[in-house]
Design a protein around this ligand. Structure first.
Ligand code: NAG
Length: 248
């Protein structure tokens, strides 16, 4: 980090800490008071840093985490506990053909600038986005399988297979490979190519913090038929359908 960028970050953090407008800090800087403050800030204990970092927008939080090893440790700790500022100013997520299929961009409304992010396979441009919440994108790949992706950390979590959703059955070819899906709530059932089911099946997905386990979450899916709900927690081997036996 350049000294100028570090200064701008420190002044933003300092203004939060002291409850002063940034403009006053600029004045202090001219008068030579802030050098002292900045040194003191680097020596703050972790619990105080956690409180300050917890109020930052994500781009500033990441910058703060790259200042030194103790600030990085604080940053990691906040991420693990998911105690950073909620809600954040919204960002717009987009991809563009010229940047390549694994690249996404986050446009920060707050800063009026875009951040370029390289994301894990399968290519983000080939996925259907069916929701975003609590920092996660919920995506369906070209086999209609669901993944959570954190666009900032690059962390990715595979969700239970699409064939464990009520009413979805795999159709195998002669070699025993899944080559189509059957959606069985209608008679006769509809058949879909692997990549086409996602457009029909998924309406919307959300990620909620799981109150029973710190740092964990529940993914809730709204899907065919009749906007039914299913949910899954990390590590589940199947989707749980809400309201079995009460169709209609
Ligand atoms: C946002 O950035 C663009 C490009 O740097 C600039 O042209 C535009 O005026 C900025 N908009 C605002 C609201 O600051």
């Amino acid at each position: 980090m350049q000294p100028k960028q570090l200064w701008s970050l420190l002044s933003r953090i300092l203004s939060k800490l002291l409850g002063l407008p940034g403009i006053l800090l600029k004045k202090f800087r001219k008068e030579g008071v802030t050098e002292l403050d900045a040194t003191a800030l680097l020596e703050l204990p972790q619990d105080v840093l956690m409180d300050i970092f917890g109020t930052l927008e994500v781009p500033d939080l990441i910058r703060a985490g790259s200042v030194c090893s103790s600030w990085y440790a604080t940053y990691k700790c906040l991420l693990d506990l998911r105690q950073y500022k909620q809600p954040q100013t919204p960002c717009l997520f987009y991809t563009c053909e010229s940047a390549g299929s694994n690249v996404g961009f986050l446009y920060s409304l707050k800063e009026n600038r875009s951040y370029k992010l390289t994301l894990p396979e399968p290519p983000i441009r080939s996925r259907l986005l069916i929701g975003s919440s609590n920092g996660w994108l919920i995506t369906a790949d070209e086999r209609s399988e669901l993944h959570l992706v954190n666009p900032i950390t690059g962390e990715q979590v595979a969700l239970p297979s699409v064939i464990t959703i009520e009413h979805v059955k795999p159709i195998f070819d002669a070699s025993g490979t899944i080559h189509m899906y059957e959606l069985s709530y209608e008679t006769p059932p509809d058949l879909f190519d692997l990549g086409d089911l996602r457009d029909e099946l998924y309406f919307k997905a959300f990620v909620f913090p799981d109150p029973s386990t710190t740092g964990s979450y529940i993914v809730v899916l709204i899907h065919e038929p009749y906007s039914r709900l299913s949910f899954a927690r990390p590590g589940d081997d199947k989707w749980t359908w809400v309201g079995q036996g009460s169709m209609g």
